[in-house]
Design a binder for this molecule. Structure first.
Ligand code: FES
Length: 321
């Protein structure tokens, strides 16, 4: 974990829904926590040495606590299992200061928040912020079933309850979300925010782009997605533009790892292609994008890539390092 770290205590661990626990984190020394904006996440150092990113889902005016929620994902690489099984009330954790790669566009005329499953966490924080600001918004929250839906009592008791519609996969057909119809009705100046599992994200983003939503009005975050494979693929080499030094990247080794072994450190956070921390300019060569962070247009431009997970289609990449 790079940057500022904070020591926090787990003040409360709550089962929010089937397979989902929330963790209320307070400063270990009782001091106020750094302020955060809606859409922010924190890096959490887990027992066993893993670092994972979790969105803050409490009201962003609060400075006495951070609230995160974790879905236990049986296919995860151990992060969610460690949070569920090994982190308990009273434990101390090390976390990073909040970072925001999923900010609200405050200039928008209105906001459309689409949450899939545990992707509700940053969007709930946004809903709190927008409601406090008196902004125009509506939120749709899609889950497999009501029993797997976190924060239902909190949403139903909130001042913005009437702006949130729930959609359950196992419910009557009439209440399921018609994504294409919803996105077709978008008034000018509306901004779209989406977070959830990859299938949900692909459906929403694909529909928005097909219906001509401008990229600047589409905001998304892929936390909770399947991590990208950092290694694999063919061997290639990278050249550092500043020195001309050439470093081989073997199959099964990421660019970040290969450079790190040669003493060239690149700041990372998620190491899964979702956070954007390691974004690096590409001066020559063709990147093989494997991230979930860049837009399709940014990937197609080929002038930047995420070296924690992406590789090369050409034999060499020249990087602005
Ligand atoms: Fe997060 Fe590379 S470290 S995208």
């Amino acid at each position: 974990m790079s940057g500022v770290t904070l020591s926090v205590r787990v003040a409360r661990k709550t089962v929010e829904a089937e397979g989902i626990c929330s963790f209320e984190l307070v400063s270990a020394d009782g001091a106020p926590l750094p302020a955060f904006a809606a859409g922010s996440h924190v890096d959490v150092q887990l027992p066993g040495g893993l670092t994972r990113q979790y969105s803050l889902c409490n009201d962003p005016t609060e400075t006495h606590r951070y609230l995160i929620a974790v879905l236990r994902d049986p296919s995860s690489r151990g992060g969610s299992a460690a949070m569920h099984e090994q982190v308990n009330e009273g434990d101390t954790l090390t976390i990073g200061a909040p970072k925001n790669h999923f900010a609200l566009a405050h200039e928008a005329a209105s906001h459309l928040l689409l949450a899939g499953g545990i992707g509700v966490t940053p969007l709930l924080c946004m809903a709190e912020r927008l409601a406090n600001a008196g902004a125009a918004f509506e939120m749709h929250y899609c889950t497999r079933s009501k029993s797997r839906t976190a924060f239902v009592p909190r949403i139903e008791a909130s001042p913005f309850a009437e702006r949130v519609q729930f959609h359950f996969d196992d419910g009557p057909a009439a209440q399921r979300l018609d994504i294409a119809a919803l996105l077709a009705q978008a008034p000018a100046g509306r901004h779209l925010y989406v977070c959830g599992p990859k299938g949900f994200m692909d459906a929403v983003l694909g529909s928005a782009r097909a219906q001509g939503w401008p990229e600047a009005q589409i905001h998304f975050e892929f936390f909770g997605a399947e991590p990208a494979a950092a290694g694999g693929g063919e061997a290639f080499e990278v050249m550092l533009a500043s020195s001309g030094r050439v470093i081989p990247v073997p199959a099964g080794v990421s660019v970040v790892q290969a450079l790190g072994q040669c003493g060239v450190a690149i700041a990372t956070s998620c190491e899964q292609g979702v956070c954007g921390t390691c974004l690096t300019k590409v001066i020559d060569g063709v990147p093989d994008h494997r991230d979930l962070y860049l837009t399709p247009e940014e990937q197609a431009a080929g002038d930047q890539f995420l070296p924690c997970c992406s590789r090369a289609k050409s034999a060499r990449l020249v990087l602005d390092l």
